[in-house]
Design a protein around this ligand. Structure first.
Ligand SMILES: C[S@@+](CC[C@H](N)C(=O)[O-])C[C@H]1O[C@@H](n2cnc3c(N)ncnc32)[C@H](O)[C@@H]1O
Length: 166
């Protein structure tokens, strides 16, 4: 498979998973958190799919496409290890959906980031909240959900937090 094919498959899987998540949280109150603004492509997609949701965006830098700059009061600038706890203090455990698209091509660094970020995401997620992750996360109490049709296992990871009744 060419690198172009692989890129297209990855982006198609990402869009399929985000569309699945937008549909899945319909009726579940709470904001959406986007970890990794980058160019703003997935942020733009989420806000188009869910125009009525509050979407909070996180990145260590603000360099998106000019059309994809989040409102100042919805953007957390800095390392997620610091901004997620700040979001928890401001929003509580209310997020209906967290999409995490952090990381780089460095597998070891990604694994370490995932280890640290999983519990921080858990702290902002509401009961029965959904997590769409580009890396595997291991958090006690979360269920790994099957990929939507057409998404190859291991390309994206979908989780649901416990419903809070236990
Ligand atoms: C793959 S890009 C995100 C792409 C974006 N979702 C899009 O569709 O355009 C990853 C982003 O995560 C940010 N990032 C990576 N690690 C981070 C960390 N520890 N704290 C805050 N931002 C981080 C990077 O600055 C980068 O903009």
């Amino acid at each position: 498979m060419s690198r172009l094919d692989s890129f297209i498959r990855r982006m198609t899987a990402q869009r399929t998973c985000l569309d699945w998540a937008a549909e899945t949280i319909r009726g579940l109150p709470g904001p959406v958190l986007e970890l990794g603004l980058g160019n703003g492509r997935t942020y733009d997609h989420l806000r188009e799919r869910m125009p009525d949701r509050d979407i909070y965006v996180f990145d260590r830098r603000l360099k998106p496409h000019p059309d994809c700059v989040p409102p100042q009061d919805r953007f957390f600038l800095g390392e997620v290890t610091e901004t997620l706890p700040a979001a928890r203090a401001r929003l509580g455990a209310t997020a209906a959906l967290v999409h995490t698209d952090l990381g780089t091509g460095d597998a070891a660094a990604n694994a370490e980031l995932a280890r640290i970020v999983g519990p921080l995401i858990a702290a902002v997620l509401r009961p029965s909240g959904i997590v769409v992750a580009n890396h595997e996360l291991a958090v006690a109490g979360w269920s790994l959900l099957p990929e939507p049709a057409g998404v190859k296992p291991g390309r994206y990871y979908l989780y649901r937090s416990a419903d809070g009744t236990a």
